[in-house]
Design a binder for this molecule. Structure first.
Ligand SMILES: Nc1ncnc2c1ncn2[C@@H]1O[C@H](COP(=O)(O)OP(=O)(O)OP(=O)(O)O)[C@@H](O)[C@H]1O
Length: 322
């Protein structure tokens, strides 16, 4: 678990970050969201001490990050940058192996881990092992950057605008892969973005910042249905409808879903109860004209069904119940 307590950074008289606090549990993603210059990157870099805090504390599993040399600390924290930060003269495999090499892993273990990560990130080892970063597309480079950050299996992963340099289509597909990556299930992730849609898709919690301060720290549903102040309200602005669909989980409206899951003899595509109304809508659009998708509750094993016309009604009923 990561705890950030009253973190501040001042540059002479300029306050970059003021009194920022939040907690991120294992398996959770916290998104630092806000417009350019609000202090997101500075906050992120104070966690792995690339920027030294003026005051405040950061604890990882109860231990202060200031209690060990910064270089050692950074080996246990994965870091992904917008421009991927790959070494241009190192091959893909050499880039991924950097931290495990520093940690003294055996060559055999490093190779095994590199192969596994390349496969999980849909980069076939046969094609990409010896490739140089310049021969890869932006999306592929970003995947290698992610593999490198995950290589030594760090408990914490920090990501600074990881999808920011990608075109919208690649961005959406890399983001989806990121959401589905099982390597992240037990990680504590802090991700910086200025893209509110991305924040709602990826964040279990969102910390919305302005001028170095936290405006609201809550779940996507807190921000969109219970905004703490006018700033949050206006930040959500005209994107409200899609954000509402992203904030409501299918498990939140479980009792309102149809119990009859049969649609003739057709095997329905399925989504999980932990996914959002938005993701159900995406799956319906992708499933080639299917009228419905099944919703699978991983906890109880129950199945229900959702259809396109249900979606606005479910959202409405959820809002009324709030
Ligand atoms: N090394 C530095 N020296 C002086 N001021 C700095 C330094 N680094 C950041 N700042 C200032 O701190 C404030 C916050 O910057 P920061 O990069 O954290 O914002 P950000 O929200 O990440 O913005 P962006 O999305 O544009 O990267 C800005 O006013 C910036 O000019």
């Amino acid at each position: 678990m990561l705890v950030v307590e009253s973190l501040s950074k001042h540059y002479n008289h300029n306050i970059a970050v003021q009194d920022v606090s939040f907690e991120v549990k294992e398996g959770e993603t916290l998104v630092l969201l806000g417009t350019s210059g609000c202090g997101k990157t500075t906050t992120l870099r104070m966690i792995n001490r690339l920027t030294e805090a003026s005051s405040g504390e950061v604890y990882i599993n109860g231990k202060s990050v200031f209690s060990e040399p910064a270089e050692l600390l950074r080996r246990s924290i994965g870091y992904v940058l917008q421009n991927n930060g790959l070494f241009p003269h190192y091959t893909v495999a050499e880039n991924i192996a950097l931290v495990p090499q520093l940690l003294g892993w055996s060559q055999e273990l490093i190779k095994e881990r590199t192969r596994l990560l390349l496969e999980k990130l849909h980069l076939s080892p046969a094609n990409y092992w010896d490739a140089l970063p310049s021969s890869l597309s932006g999306g592929q480079q970003q995947r290698v950057g992610l593999a490198r950050a995950l290589a030594a299996n760090p408990p914490i992963l920090l990501m600074d605008e990881p999808f920011g340099a990608l075109d919208p289509i690649t961005r959406a597909s890399v983001r989806k892969e990121f959401r589905e990556l099982d390597e992240l299930n037990k990680k504590t992730v802090v991700l910086v973005t200025h893209d509110i849609q991305e924040a709602f898709e990826l964040g279990d919690r969102i910390c919305l910042m302005d001028k170095g301060r936290v405006m609201q720290n809550g779940t996507p549903a807190d921000l969109v249905f219970r905004p703490a102040n006018d700033f949050v309200q206006s930040f959500i602005g005209r994107e409200r409808f899609s954000l509402e669909l992203k904030a409501v989980r299918l498990s939140d409206v479980w009792d309102m879903l149809a119990t009859d899951t049969a649609v003739g003899s057709v095997e329905l595509d399925s989504v999980k109860g932990t996914q959002s109304l938005w993701e159900a809508m995406e799956r319906l659009s992708e499933s080639g004209g299917a009228q419905a998708v099944a919703v699978y509750n991983e906890v109880t094993g129950e199945r229900r069904k959702i259809m396109f016309p249900d979606i606005p009604r479910l959202l409405q009923q959820y809002k009324q119940a709030q």
